[in-house]
Write a protein that binds this ligand. Structure first.
Ligand SMILES: Nc1ncnc2c1ncn2[C@@H]1O[C@H](COP(=O)(O)OP(=O)(O)OP(=O)(O)O)[C@@H](O)[C@H]1O
Ligand SMILES: [Mg+2]
Length: 359
């Protein structure tokens, strides 16, 4: 069994954090020195084919990941970045996993593993011989009876998915040091050192991932099958134009169109509203059980760059929404890169969260 929580120590000062999405691969190389963690380089390689035919996606929800094609795309990306290490931490897509937040008596890690394997039998909606079970302790509190209780997230990932990622790394000549659920990585990157309850909404191309998190830990996650591609297709259909033209128009105008362009946002909003409704459901479910209010929303993923999205989401959810900044004060970068990193930062949340985990 591949234990997701364990990782093999890295051999150099540097680590690659790699996020393989449906539309693109995002990679960062981080280095650690006495001055702290710094970005050495980053790269994003987009595959435009996913817009026309879903089979061209680098990743599909039915786990048909095209290993050799993904490996060669990855090799090209890393070559372009002139990476200095082969050690890599890779993310697993949120849609491939099942997670559940549980409260258990505070006990040793060995006993917790046993308890989680037992809980998995009742909770995981997949055959247990086909999944890898893992867990993450996210906190501890004293209950009204004076006993310590630990909060633990149960994670189940199809073992087939893990093997595919191991295979891709092998083909790309990389040393796989850690595999982690993308919602776990983005929670670390976007909420570490922040004790206010946050909802991260990662809107990618094919799916949107939701993570309730604080202090760097994932507490609850969910996902929806609507994301950036849904918006592009809505524009293409509504305006009778091809998808690549619709993609350009979406990136150019976002939700900020006026006059004749007003239609652009009108066509996309029903799909964005589906994503926001799911976000609302996630918030309400969590607030009901945890009795703690979500204080802010962080928008991550490529679609967080949709012009005007923060304002729209803030108004709809009545909670302040901001664009993700995974660099924060933790990860330094060359001053000269500031303008470009401002734009790409929301796309790098997962990759940075992966890198900072093990460096
Ligand atoms: N400036 C922009 N405005 C609006 N949308 C954008 C912009 N830039 C990128 N996008 C959208 O972001 C999406 C890609 O985001 P991302 O790279 O996070 O996806 P992914 O991780 O490959 O996909 P997934 O997470 O669904 O597997 C695409 O749908 C793209 O159209
Ligand atoms: Mg993604």
């Amino acid at each position: 069994m591949f234990n997701l929580s364990k990782f093999i120590p890295v051999s150099s000062q540097n680590i690659l954090g790699i996020d393989i999405g449906t539309a693109s691969i995002k990679a960062v190389e981080l280095t650690k020195s006495k001055k702290g963690i710094r970005l050495v380089n980053y790269g994003i390689l987009e595959a435009s084919g996913h817009l026309e035919r879903i089979n061209d996606a680098l990743q599909t929800s039915n786990l048909e990941l095209m290993d050799s094609e993904t490996a060669s795309t990855l090799i090209a990306l890393l070559k372009g970045m002139k990476t200095q290490t082969k050690d890599v931490a890779l993310s697993l897509p949120a849609f491939s996993a099942f997670t559940s937040l549980l409260e258990l008596p505070d006990m040793s890690p060995e006993e917790t593993t046993q308890a989680m394997n037992y809980q998995a039998k009742a909770l995981v909606p997949m055959p247990l011989d086909q999944v890898t079970i893992d867990w993450l302790k996210i906190g501890k509190f004293k209950n009204p009876h004076g006993n310590f209780v630990q909060k633990v997230v149960l994670i189940a990932v199809p073992t087939k998915q893990i093997r595919k990622y191991q295979h891709i790394c092998q083909q790309a000549g990389l040393n796989l040091k850690a595999l982690e659920l993308e919602t776990v990585s983005m929670s670390r990157a976007l909420t570490e050192g922040d004790s206010s309850l946050t909802l991260i909404v990662d809107i990618g191309a094919r799916s949107s991932a939701f993570a309730i998190a604080k202090n760097g830990f994932l507490i609850h996650s969910a996902q929806a099958d609507f994301a950036g591609t849904s918006l592009t297709h809505a524009l293409a259909k509504g305006l009778g134009i091809n998808v690549s033209r619709a993609e350009d128009l979406k990136r150019q105008k976002g939700l900020m169109g006026t006059g004749g362009e007003y239609e652009v946002s009108t066509l996309m909003l029903p799909y964005l509203d589906v994503i926001i409704s799911e976000a609302k459901r996630v918030i309400e479910t969590h607030e009901r059980t945890a009795q703690e209010k979500v204080g802010r929303v962080v928008l991550s993923g490529g679609s967080a760059n949709l012009l005007g999205i923060e304002k729209y989401v803030s108004e709809k959810l009545k909670i302040p929404a901001v664009k993700a900044d995974p660099f924060g004060t933790k990860v330094g970068y060359p001053e000269i890169a500031t303008p470009v990193l401002k734009i790409v930062a929301p796309s790098l949340s997962v990759a940075i969260g992966l890198g900072t985990r093990i460096i």
